[in-house]
Unconditional design. Structure first.
Length: 437
């Protein structure tokens, strides 16, 4: 077991080892798991810390990240980026890259950079955009062998397993219950209480400093419990993987741990939310989706009703939820109507607001084809204490496979789904992972 213990010296080593060993429990061929384990023992990886209290299509806002170098399973270098904006501001000063239009609500022309790079619901797509921005903003020229996303939810669940983490440099003890509030306060407010810290401007040192005591705790955890944790978090898309190596990526995709959007023709549906108000409002949103399907001849008629209810408050860091919603439907879907709170926004687009740079944010329906599926996008804002109701109707060809695949967004929590087909309830419950019924 000593070789395995070596890998527990860092969080990334844990994830790679647990990914391989969990695969055995899931009846994945031993050759696949062993190859992934061997290939993952050396290389350079980006470990994204995804704040899913501010959800983004790729799992959550990239508040910070670490570059991790592994050699024969041991971490030889771990560098936590404690202020991603220093890197991004330097990049923006030299580059003029237009962000996807919805990001203009919190951004403006020519200011797309790494912290907003995971705009895509397919993690391989987001990860490659992250890598692209990292490669062009880094002074160190090196091959990035993979990108791994870890959400705030995954961090809280890990501390449930390890028990409280003491970070002596900050006179702080982190538990799964206070992790979000303590980290959020310290990186956005508490750190800047002194003039010296304002000058240094590295607010996320607490994330860097918590990794050594966390790694020490991991050594004390039963490996079976660790692999079970990673397996569950990967299944629920709270830990997500992309590898530059095509063989490793194929293995991850086979286990559905790569956050991919299916590209084959089939009946499918998914919601993808992006919180773009800079408030940490996602945790306060309860989303319920009713999908009602009827098959008639060669067609399948689908009505969707999504209710998003804000149960939070105006207490910082919560607030109104300015949310861009994308719906994933079959590529041949003919959308007949999209309404938000009773207004058919296909027929009646309007200016929702104007951003600080004078750019109008327009409430309208956009449609694009990506991953061989259709993405329908529009705004679905929800104020504190209120509910927003979205209704959508579309027609697509009936599939030879009568099942529908429902896709869970990376990093999503607090979502329920009811799927009704030809007047029969097929599924009704929490959306914890992708399912096909």
């Amino acid at each position: 077991m000593s070789g395995a213990r070596t890998l527990y010296k860092g969080l990334l080593g844990l994830i790679i080892l647990a990914l391989a060993t969990s695969a055995l429990a899931l009846a994945t061929p031993i050759s696949d798991a062993y190859s992934l384990y061997q290939n993952g023992k050396s290389g350079t990886y980006l470990l994204l810390f995804l704040n899913n209290s501010e959800i983004r299509p790729g799992g959550g806002f990239i508040g910070s990240f670490a570059r991790v170098r592994l050699v024969n399973g041991a971490i030889t270098d771990l560098a936590v980026e404690t202020n991603i904006y220093k890197r991004d501001n330097a990049f923006i000063a030299q580059n003029d890259i237009e962000p996807p239009e919805p990001l203009r609500r919190v951004n403006h022309a020519g200011r797309w950079a790494l912290h907003d790079a995971n705009w895509y619901p397919d993690f391989a797509d987001s990860a490659q955009h992250v890598k692209w921005f990292y490669d062009r903003s880094s002074t160190e020229k090196e091959t990035i062998n993979g990108v791994i996303g870890v959400t705030l939810t995954a961090a809280e669940e890990l501390i449930k397993l390890t028990g409280p983490i003491t970070v002596p440099e900050h006179s702080l003890t982190l538990t799964n219950e206070n992790f979000f509030s303590e980290i959020q306060y310290r990186v956005e407010k508490g750190y800047f209480a002194t003039e010296e810290n304002k000058s240094i401007n590295e607010p996320k040192t607490v994330i860097r400093d918590m990794i050594p005591p966390l790694a020490q705790k991991l050594k004390e955890i039963n490996p079976v419990a660790l692999t079970g944790y990673v397996s569950r978090m990967a299944r629920e898309k709270q830990i997500i993987f992309w590898f530059n190596d095509t063989q490793n990526q194929a293995r991850v995709e086979k286990w559905n741990w790569g956050g991919r959007i299916p590209t084959d023709p089939r009946a499918l549906f998914g919601t993808v939310n992006a919180a773009l108000d800079q408030a940490k409002s996602t945790r306060s949103i309860r989303q319920h989706t009713d999908i009602t399907e009827k098959t008639a001849g060669a067609g399948r008629y689908t009505d969707v009703r999504i209710t998003r209810t804000h149960v939070g408050s105006y207490t910082w860091p919560d607030g109104d939820d300015a949310n861009y919603l994308q719906l994933i439907v079959p590529s041949d879907a003919k959308v007949e109507a999209v309404s938000v709170d009773g207004i058919d926004i296909m027929k009646t687009p309007f200016v929702l607001e104007t951003n600080p740079q004078g750019f109008p944010i327009i409430q309208k329906v956009t449609s694009s084809v990506r991953y061989s599926q259709k993405l329908i996008g529009f705004w679905a804002d929800t104020a504190v204490g209120e509910s927003t109701v979205i209704e959508l109707s579309y027609t697509a060809a009936a599939s030879l496979n009568s099942k529908t695949r429902v896709i869970k967004q990376i990093g999503a929590t607090n979502e329920t789904v009811r799927l009704i087909r030809d007047d029969r309830v097929i599924f009704d419950g929490a959306l914890e992972a992708d399912f096909e019924r």
